[in-house]
Design a binder for this molecule. Structure first.
Ligand code: 5RP
Length: 230
């Protein structure tokens, strides 16, 4: 798919997601180029009383410039009505990989704090099975030991990128994925791994897939309305 078609698809998905937000909602805003289409679409709706929690300095800046009211998750008692975010991959069973922008730890916190987590993608993000890389956020303390432990699972590279919004290192796991649930568990066992970019289907309410011709597909996720995943 050409880059232009993908961009148009992202815009279609983002504009559809903006319509899901209603007055007075508490809204989590993800990070990335798809979310960059969401922010102006949301601002254009002129809703009253919405308060937004951003997942990165870039989103915070862009949302602020558009006049969206910003809050911290703490100011909103750790609860959101909806979170909207992009993804790097969505597999046939609804698993996601996120963290291309290195913001997946905050994105996961925000997604889990929201009653509804809506993922917005263009069609080329849909894959049969997840493939590497899996983004990782890693503490700088003891990074050598953390990388050594991670490399028992597969190849891992530190990313040549600015630190995460919370000052940690970003790396990419490039080994085999196999069962995403099993890999997620293995990664979570390693001290120093702050968070990985694998999101389970139970964390997702809906995936909106926008196409360049304006068509929108809505794929149901596994997150029951009103419940936070285990
Ligand atoms: C940032 C993310 C993004 O949602 C993901 O990388 C998709 O980005 P884009 O919308 O630019 O394709 O997880 O950490």
């Amino acid at each position: 798919m050409s880059e232009t078609l993908a961009e148009q698809g992202k815009q279609v998905a983002a504009e559809a997601a903006a319509l899901l937000v209603q007055d007075d909602m508490k809204v989590g805003l993800g990070t990335g180029s798809t979310v960059a289409y969401l922010l102006p679409a949301l601002a254009r709706r002129g809703l009253t009383g919405i308060r937004c929690v951003s997942t990165s300095p870039a989103t915070q800046r862009a949302a602020g410039e558009l006049g969206l009211e910003l809050a911290t998750l703490e100011q909103l008692d750790g609860k959101l009505d909806v979170a909207i975010d992009g993804a790097d991959q969505v597999d046939a069973a609804g698993w996601l990989i996120k963290g291309g922008g290195g913001a997946h730890t905050r994105e996961k916190i925000v997604a889990f704090a929201a009653q509804l987590f809506v993922v917005i993608v263009s069609p080329e993000k849909l894959v049969e099975r997840l493939g590497p890389p899996v983004p990782l956020e890693i503490l700088a303390f003891g990074v050598g030991a953390t990388l050594r432990a991670l490399r028992c699972l597969g190849e891992v590279e530190l990313r040549d990128a600015p630190p995460s919004p919370d000052g940690n290192l970003i790396a990419d796991y490039r080994g085999p994925i196999g069962d995403p649930a099993e890999l997620a568990r293995e990664l979570e066992r390693i001290p120093g791994v702050v968070e990985h970019g694998i999101f389970p289907p139970q964390s997702v309410s809906e995936v909106l897939v926008g196409a360049a011709d304006g068509q929108l597909r809505r794929l149901a996720g596994g997150k029951a309305a009103g419940l936070t995943p285990p």
